[in-house]
Design a protein around this ligand. Sequence first.
Ligand code: 57M
Length: 358
Amino acid sequence: MLHYFLYPLSSDISVFNVFRYITFRSVWALLTALIISIIAGPWFIRQLKRVKFGQYVREDVKAHLVKAGTPTMGGVLIGFSLSISVILWGDLTNQYVWLAMLVFFGFGAIGLADDYLKILRKNNKGLSAWSKLLGQFLAAAAVMALLFNMPAYSTNLVVPFFKTFTPDLGWLYLPFAVIVMVGASNGVNLTDGLDGLAIGPTIVAGICFAVLIYVAGNFGMSAYLQVGYVSGVGEVTVFCGALVGAGMGFLWYNAYPAQIFMGDVGALSLGGVLGFLSVLCKQELLLLLIGGLFVMEALSVILQVSYFKFTGGKRIFRMAPLHHHFELKGLPESKIIIRFWILSALLGLAALSVLKLR
Ligand code: 57M
């Protein structure tokens, strides 16, 4: 919005010329979301406590019993600071920015219903896994149907490390893109089991996609790096800046020992939007590296459940997802979190270096 009102004044006040630059507005979108969430955080936490929107904790992880009652649904705070920042700093005539917001709030609505049901029923059982999954597929399919008629929609699959090998998936691309978004959403959800464990890698991924989307939307840079040019998508860099800032502001209070959890409203929306960002910049397979931590956590569950069923009750890990395995091995929670963050940052750097290794 500031871009809309202030940039036209740049002919009289030249300093307002900066509002045309996506990089400038992305940095300020990050700072704005960060400051809003840090300032609003304490009030928001007090409101959640007042209405008793506290976490119900399963008994089978003794170390977590102390966390019972921690305010949850912190994803609402993330959405609040993200939205204000995007409205202030984004070009609201850009259709891709609105689609990204739609993904965030579409997946977030499913998570909100799940979180609210858990609180209403006073247990950890919200929406059934199938109804949650159905909602995610419908939300992702609806967004892909809207994207279908836009220039950013392409059925070619970019394969990391290959410049010219971009197989055309044809109509199969639609279900593929939906699975990317739903998979990412559930990957973040499974990872969100220790203080700051999900939001850390989400911040890393948001930074990576800010770079990838900026390059994809910049004709000169996309040609130089030989990545697909997607006209108009560069504006979503501002959304990425706001996402990173909102995540950092949330982490200010979710850091160990957490004063707030993001809830499914946060985990599902953040994961879904990371999946969508990978679709926008045509880096769906690179998401496996950028979100490698989420992939690891989800894989540990798949392996554990499959092995458990196959062997009639044996386990590979002491407990899945992977962070619980290390917890039950006696690693302190904060050590697990920081080590997972380090791994996530290395994966993000590796993913960005792939842009040159082709
Ligand atoms: C999402 N939710 C956390 C919080 C957060 C199939 C199976 C793998 C499913 C999985 C599951 O239930 N996943 C749900 C993980 C929960 O966090 C809440 O959920 C939101 C995210 N969706 O925002 O509101 C608990 O995580 C802890 N937490 C923190 N700090 C945070 O910042 O400490 C969360 C955020 C919170 C809090 O204790 O209550 C969760 O873990 O449930 N199931 C599991 O992950 C369980 N694993 C399991 O059953 N493994 C089995 C089989 C099924 C694979 C096995 O290994 O044999 C673990 N989770 C729990 N207990 N709660 C282990 C047992």
